[in-house]
Design a protein around this ligand. Sequence first.
Ligand code: SIN
Length: 334
Amino acid sequence: MSNPTHNENTSSIEAVNRCVNKRISTRIAQVPLASFIFNASGPRCTEEDELNLLGASASAAIMTKSCTLEPREGNAEPRYQALPLGSIQSMGLHNLGYKAYLEMLPRLKQAISPQADKPIVVSVSGFSLADNLTMVKAFQASCADLIEVNFSCPNIEGKAQVGYDFEQTERALEQLCQLGSKPIGLKLPPYFDFSHFITMANIIKKFPVSFITCINSVGNTLVIDPETESAIIKPKGGFGGLCGDYIKPIGLANVRAFSQLLPSSIDIIGVGGIKTGTDAFEYLLAGASAVQVATCFEKEGIECFDRIAKELDSIMAAKQYSSIAAAKGKLKMI
Ligand code: SIN
């Protein structure tokens, strides 16, 4: 189940080669990516067969589901509902536990074509600083290429999002950034006030954080079905993370604000409502070095990466941008 066959490996090379295009290749923390687009730590990246499928796809990286110390079944069902312009979810960090991903990484790495610049990004989401220290230390000694620490899951009952607690974030970074030389990034919640952008940027600047990922879902939203007079997901009394088109303007604003506040050495990965090349291009103009796709990947499946990459490439060609660097952050003001 977990190891791709020869045919799958061949299609992996083809899929990745289709995307090896100088115009949309990029780097995160100096790690090369063949395209601007990969999966978010979200849907379809928990199991080994799902991660192998990403390895064989045009996703520019293999991003794992956020892991915890112990395996988790996640929240009660129904915990995901598609909406006309996105989704609401409260998955509850269903994952195999960090040891399973540690053990899986060499197999995933081996299955990736040597010609493909396809890094593996592991996502960790501990319930305490001690959990995160244990997991980051272990992944620092693994063959993962990048480590994303998730400070923004809104879906665990009784656990606040670390990214909204600035003191806790600073205390955590003091220790998490000392554990090894692999690039560390932070997945942040959406911020809605300039004082918060500035406070978080000033904390990040104190530490060797290599990248940030903006934004996680907009947490604790409520969708009601008037027919049944009920919330449409079960966990947390119906409160869940809003995803998809609804949140793209918030994602763009967060990428833009942080790109203005942080040094250009800290890469920003945009997430939130990316389902077309145009969406990806808007994030590029706002200052993103790459984008991650979640809801669209859930709805459309693995083909979305190739499609969005081709659409972005066409837009850039038509606008005569020859590289990601040429368009990055070039948002015009009126
Ligand atoms: C979840 O598993 O609940 C979503 C993960 C996240 O929001 O970080």
